[in-house]
Design a protein around this ligand. Structure first.
Ligand code: AMP
Ligand code: ZN
Length: 114
């Protein structure tokens, strides 16, 4: 989508610090990191939110999870542990309407999240 921030990052129209890229996914550093490791993993296809996933997106979902695994290894949190957060909708504070997986780690993380 032309006016979507993360679609523009996918098309390299806006700069981002890319951690991992595949045919179907992109992982890049969050511009406002909340932990020593804070990477966003997105499908390249414009899917607005988690609630929009359908069975035909199964391969994309697997690709996103494989990219999360790769990011965890590259960022050295695969063994120490990390958290994956997907905000969906108003009460979660979802600010960008292109589904994104926050990968957070590099320190002890509080539970429950606020
Ligand atoms: P959410 O609140 O779940 O929608 O998360 C959106 C995230 O995108 C926030 O953590 C922002 O810091 C991050 N963000 C916004 N603009 C950019 C950008 N240009 N590059 C990287 N991360 C961004
Ligand atoms: Zn988009």
């Amino acid at each position: 989508m032309a006016d979507c921030l993360f679609c523009r990052i996918v098309k390299k129209q806006i700069p981002a610090t890319v951690v991992e890229e595949t045919d179907q996914t992109l992982a890049f550093r969050d511009i406002n990191p909340r932990a020593p490791v804070h990477v966003l993993v997105i499908p390249k296809d414009h899917i607005p939110a988690l609630m929009d996933f359908r069975p035909e997106h199964a391969a994309i979902l697997m690709a996103v999870h494989q990219t999360i695994q790769k990011v965890a290894e590259k960022e050295n949190v695969a063994h120490s542990g990390f958290r994956v957060v997907v905000n969906n909708g108003k009460d979660s504070g979802q600010a960008v309407a292109h589904v994104h997986y926050h990968v957070l780690g590099g320190r002890g993380l509080n539970w429950p999240p606020g």
